[in-house]
Design a binder for this molecule. Structure first.
Ligand SMILES: [Zn+2]
Ligand SMILES: [Zn+2]
Length: 389
């Protein structure tokens, strides 16, 4: 089969590789009909996530049809149309039973590596390095899905692949980021990053009762999408002092909640940007936390900072004194996708939300390497890319 494989920093190749097989009785094999490229895939592409190996198949957002199941799969049969959560979860451990699906204790065969870095290992993730299990990803024609009964959701005919593929990660991730803000009626929520997760966090914040949503980015076309898609006020941080602008908008209080939907490759400007770039080059810091710093400083006293953008390692100069003295709650984490999928599928089916509005570009799987370049450089107003095998 054809698969999009990682061969090094900015070196992706479409390769002929063996088709996956059922390895355990709870596995299923899914024939992929559509996959998506995620902002977090760019961290792999740009060489920021350790433990990638040449030939690894990328992709953790994909939908398709079940073509084979193991002997102990109960809820799915060949022919079922499905979406696949990006985190792999056994459905039976302490964490899965508490709906903390992304923290599953049984799905990362390389847990020892993650434990060395994080103390305890999170769940395995498709196509997201050997630190997260070394699972083959979904930017391919077929994928093996372990723990199929807790790793698949059936799709009704009425929901297109384009809508469904956003249920695998970015819609639940945006939704969880907003839910983590404990939004009260009348709240103002500021969101750093108007990429797919940021846009869906804005939309979700409104669904959860925020009165005002503010989008912060530097790309005019993303900001205008934020205003159209999520009815957000917009701030271009290249034109305004974000902290001052947020103060003005909120009568000097600061936003009730701030969402960092940027993560470890924040761009930023001025001295902070240079500082992080140098430290990262010297390997004295793995991640660039510009958006997180701003979010903590801008947040109102007693407010919440919710982290949706991915971080992998260590960051520097995080204003923990500000967070402590302002009594800020900080929440984040990989998304508990299985918890949110049914609810969000319901919103799509009822026509209350169409997340596919964030998809701007579609390529064939063969054009994967080009798709990553277009997405990386945000060429041609690119916000979200899908790949069709
Ligand atoms: Zn993703
Ligand atoms: Zn589990």
């Amino acid at each position: 089969m054809k698969a999009l494989c990682w061969y090094g920093k900015r070196d992706l190749r479409v390769m002929d590789v063996p088709e996956p097989e059922i390895l355990g009785p709870r596995d299923a094999i899914v024939q992929v009909s559509l996959s998506a490229v995620c902002g977090s895939d760019l961290h792999l592409y740009n060489g920021h996530v350790p433990a990638m190996e040449r030939g690894d198949i990328l992709g953790h957002e994909f939908v398709g049809t079940v073509v084979d199941v193991g002997a102990r799969v109960e809820g799915f049969r060949p022919g079922d149309r499905v979406a696949v959560p990006f985190t792999i979860s056994c459905g039976r451990c302490f964490f899965c039973e508490r709906e903390l699906w992304s923290l599953c204790d049984n799905s990362n065969p390389n847990a020892y590596a993650a434990e060395a870095l994080y103390g305890y290992s999170p769940a395995g993730i498709y196509g997201y390095s050997h630190l997260f299990g070394g699972y083959a990803g979904g930017q391919a024609e077929y994928v093996r899905v372990p723990f199929a009964d807790s790793g698949l959701i059936k799709l009704p005919e009425s929901v297109s692949d384009e809508k469904a593929v956003l249920l695998c990660d970015v819609f639940p991730t945006g939704y969880m980021a907003a839910e983590n803000c404990s939004i009260q009626e009348g709240d103002t929520v500021a969101v750093w990053g108007a990429g797919p997760v940021g846009l869906l966090a804005m939309k979700s914040a409104s669904l959860l009762g925020a009165e005002r949503v503010i989008a912060i980015d530097r790309f005019p076309e993303r900001l205008s999408l934020a205003s159209r898609f999520a009815d957000a006020m917009t701030l271009n941080y290249e034109d305004v002092d974000v902290d001052e602008a947020l103060r003005d908008i909120t009568g000097g209080m600061g936003p009730d909640a701030c969402i960092d939907a940027v993560g470890m490759e924040a761009h930023g400007k001025g001295h902070g940007r240079v500082y992080d770039a140098v430290k990262q080059k010297l390997r004295a810091e793995t991640d660039r936390p510009t958006a997180l710093r701003q979010a903590i400083l801008a947040c109102r006293k007693g407010g919440t900072v919710s982290i949706a953008g991915a971080y992998a390692g260590y960051i520097d100069k995080v204003p923990v004194g500000a967070a402590f003295n302002k009594g800020i709650t900080i929440k984040g984490g990989q998304t508990h996708v299985q918890k949110y999928m049914p609810r969000l599928l319901g919103l799509i089916e009822d026509g209350k939300s169409d997340p596919s509005d964030v998809i701007t570009h579609s390529f064939g799987l063969e054009e994967g390497p080009i798709a990553y370049e277009v997405f990386k450089h945000k060429e041609d107003g690119c916000v979200k890319v899908v790949l069709r095998p």
